[in-house]
Design a protein around this ligand. Structure first.
Ligand code: GUN
Length: 283
């Protein structure tokens, strides 16, 4: 078996063209969806991600504002900025790029964002609603993964999904979304004993730990669908996932590449969440 390569770029383009139609309709009705991205400090990776998010907004005609703040600012100053954006009627989505400098408490900042503008879906209100079945903003990476699996016609109901990683951004919400799709979910993490035993049970394997090429052919069963969330750099600076792609290619039924897999989907779902937020102004 040679795995089908799940083309996140192509799926993203399809979804973005339908989002663009929603943006056009909003604009015809006098509402331009607006996203504010707050970047604190000069973390190079964060700068790159933020610039990709901005470009994606502009390309589909959305309003985007980048607020860059010095890493020495106080938590109070950052909270004031967030509050200003909460009250800015041209802004429908607020994203504070993580990580934040160590003197700032991330959860305090996330909790300061108005949950109805929390297009990252990180606010405890949105996390809680996702868990209890309410109307929530869904974190963009797991949201994008579900859309990818659906586009690829991967059956989820009754399937065993194994998630490696338990972050608030990816692992935990991923499990909630898969449960909603009637999958059986197992979480693995850094303290899991005999990781390969668990991952070999997976019909769908989500790798989201940030450990380069952790998942090899020995970790998987024949016919698994693999989603690689990893964004690691190897010794030559090349972008690599958490999965040894070449090693798993002959055994998996389908696999996402890095780059060109999950990455573009995350940005696409950020656009979708911001447009969803702006659409409330039409009803
Ligand atoms: N840092 C890495 N990924 C993300 C993300 O999806 N949202 C925010 N706000 N920060 C991040």
């Amino acid at each position: 078996m040679t795995a089908a390569i799940i083309d996140g770029k192509k799926i993203s383009e399809e979804i973005r063209s339908s989002i663009k139609k929603r943006v056009d309709l909003l604009k015809e009705n006098g509402v331009t969806p607006g996203l504010a991205v707050v970047l604190v400090g000069d973390n190079q990776a964060s700068k790159t991600y933020v610039s990709m998010k901005q470009k994606a907004c502009e390309k589909i005609g959305m309003h985007s504002v980048l607020i860059t703040l010095d890493s020495g600012l106080t938590q109070e100053e950052l909270l004031e900025k967030v509050d200003e954006l909460n009250h800015d009627s041209s802004i429908h989505g607020i994203l504070v790029q993580l990580p934040l400098p160590s003197h700032i408490d991330e959860l305090t900042v996330i909790e300061a964002i108005n949950p109805s503008k929390d297009v990252d879906g990180f606010h405890p209100i949105n996390a809680g609603r996702l868990m209890t079945g309410g109307d929530a903003f869904v974190p963009c990476t797991p949201y994008g993964i579900i859309e990818m699996l659906k586009h690829q016609d991967v059956e989820l109901s009754g399937k065993h999904a194994v998630i490696v990683g338990r972050s608030n951004i990816v692992g935990k919400p991923m499990g909630q979304l898969l449960l909603k799709e009637h999958a059986t979910v197992t979480y693995c993490h850094s303290r899991t004993k005999d990781l390969a035993y668990h991952t070999r049970q997976a019909d769908i394997l989500i790798a989201a730990v940030g450990v380069i090429k952790l998942i090899t052919a020995d970790h998987i069963k024949e016919g698994v669908v693999i989603i690689d969330v990893g964004m690691n750099r190897d010794e030559n600076g090349k972008l690599c996932g958490d999965v040894d792609f070449e090693d798993c290619l002959q055994k998996a039924a389908a696999i996402t590449p890095v780059p060109g897999g999950v990455g573009p989907m995350t940005i696409t779902m950020l656009l979708a969440n911001t447009v969803q937020s702006a659409e409330r102004f039409l009803s």
